[in-house]
Design a binder for this molecule. Structure first.
Ligand SMILES: *Cc1c(COP(=O)(O)O)cnc(C)c1O
Length: 390
């Protein structure tokens, strides 16, 4: 073998059977090979285990898929390169022309875009209600044959809580599948409910460090199997290196989530006591209008605390800019604290009526509470409020 051949067939290093790596290696390989054609065909027919092409399956992704499915209490999982890719790909896969989707005003902006614009191009219709409109939900599901109910809890940014039992019961009776974007609540919440499909942005709590994007679709095996071919044909696959980083992030998922929730609770209590803060939206606070429902549905309440400042846009921007430990940025759930002033929350192509239903005003500021020391965070919030109103 000449050297220019050798560099393309480097020496293999098989691991002895009794000698394992404690961390699974990154299978940064597009292709996997069987010894002969018959075994390859047998794999492609689904008659044996294995891997062939990383757009469809890869061992590094498989470990993360099994972990996330187990945490959420379902059979199986598909991974994508971002959270929105899971939303777009799963909704495209689950719907056909003429289907109807029930979606919500308070949903994540790109989800509403996908339902209102992208799926509409293919003849999928929708109704947009407020997640609090229980009578409307009952009426729509009774009167319009519906394929999917797509929702979130807590919602972004004002942490409204969906009544999941009510929603799933109505949807089941109407023969609709429920799709819960569970990113804000996390993998350990809502698993006991009769939800058909969970979506997660892995960019947030799963990776945890703000350095990698990903998404997950988690459901019972039959539903995942029905979507598998569509996804591998659309190709929004997660890269194995990103999967490895997310898997690594998951090791500290519970520690981070618990600490962030404790920090958020303390920050929420402080903010509630401040004269310049008109309202605090955090489901863990007893003052949250749906605290009892949140407590029934969730074990903890996430890192997002949204406030309604006295004053308006100007005070919101001054407050955000005066914060030292919170960066003005998108995203939530990362290790460092983040803030979105009202100017950056107001867009989202809402009509005035929808914005009112979503409770987004000229004084709304969203905080994502990180892992910093809680006393430092509270001191920072306090000095920034002083500066915003001085
Ligand atoms: C961030 C987010 C997404 C999208 O995730 P990306 O990884 O940024 O594409 C979807 N849903 C919710 C609720 C989110 O917060």
């Amino acid at each position: 073998m000449k050297n220019n051949t050798l560099v393309n067939h480097p020496p293999a290093v098989p691991m002895p059977e009794d000698n394992r790596s404690l961390v699974a290696p990154i299978y940064q390989s597009v292709k996997f090979s069987f010894d002969d054609t018959a075994e390859t065909l047998s794999y492609l027919r689904g008659e044996r285990d294995g891997f062939f092409y990383s757009r469809s399956s890869n061992p590094t992704l498989k470990q993360l898929q099994l972990l996330l499915a187990q945490l959420q209490g379902r059979d199986d999982c598909l991974l994508t390169g971002s959270g929105v890719a899971t939303i777009a790909a799963s909704l495209l896969s689950l719907c056909k022309q003429g289907d109807h989707i029930l979606a919500f005003i308070e949903s994540y902006g790109p989800t509403r875009y996908i339902v209102q614009h992208l799926l509409a191009k293919f003849g999928v219709t929708h109704t947009l209600l407020s997640i609090e409109d229980l009578a409307g939900i009952e009426r729509v599901l009774r009167e319009s044959p519906t394929r999917l109910v797509v929702f979130e809890s807590p919602t972004n940014p004002v942490t409204k809580i969906a009544d999941i039992e009510h929603l799933t019961k109505q949807a089941r009776r109407a023969g609709a599948l429920t799709v819960l974007d569970n990113t804000f609540a996390g993998f350990h919440n809502h698993g006991a409910y009769d939800i058909d499909i969970y979506l997660h942005s892995l960019t947030k709590y799963a990776s945890g460090h703000g350095d990698v994007m990903g998404g997950a679709i988690i459901a019972r095996g039959e539903l995942i199997d029905a979507m598998r071919k569509d996804l591998s044909s659309m190709g929004p696959t997660l890269d194995p290196h990103a999967a490895f980083l997310i898997q690594r992030g998951m090791r500290t998922y519970f520690l981070r989530y618990e600490r962030q929730c404790a920090n958020a609770q303390a920050a929420g209590l402080f903010l509630k006591s401040h004269a310049r803060v008109k309202a605090v939206y955090y489901p863990g606070l007893e003052s949250h209008p749906q605290h009892a429902l949140a407590r029934r549905q969730m074990t903890d309440f996430g890192a997002v605390v949204t406030i309604e400042l006295d004053g308006g846009l100007e005070q919101g921007a001054r407050f955000a800019e005066a914060l030292q430990l919170f960066s003005i940025s998108a995203s939530v759930g990362s290790a460092e604290s983040l803030v979105m002033p009202p100017q950056l929350l107001a867009g989202n192509e809402y009509t005035a009526e929808q914005r009112a239903a979503a409770l987004i005003t000229r004084g709304t500021v969203r905080l994502s509470i990180g892992l910093e020391d809680v006393e430092d965070l509270i001191q920072d919030l306090s000095q920034a409020l002083d500066r915003a109103f001085s």
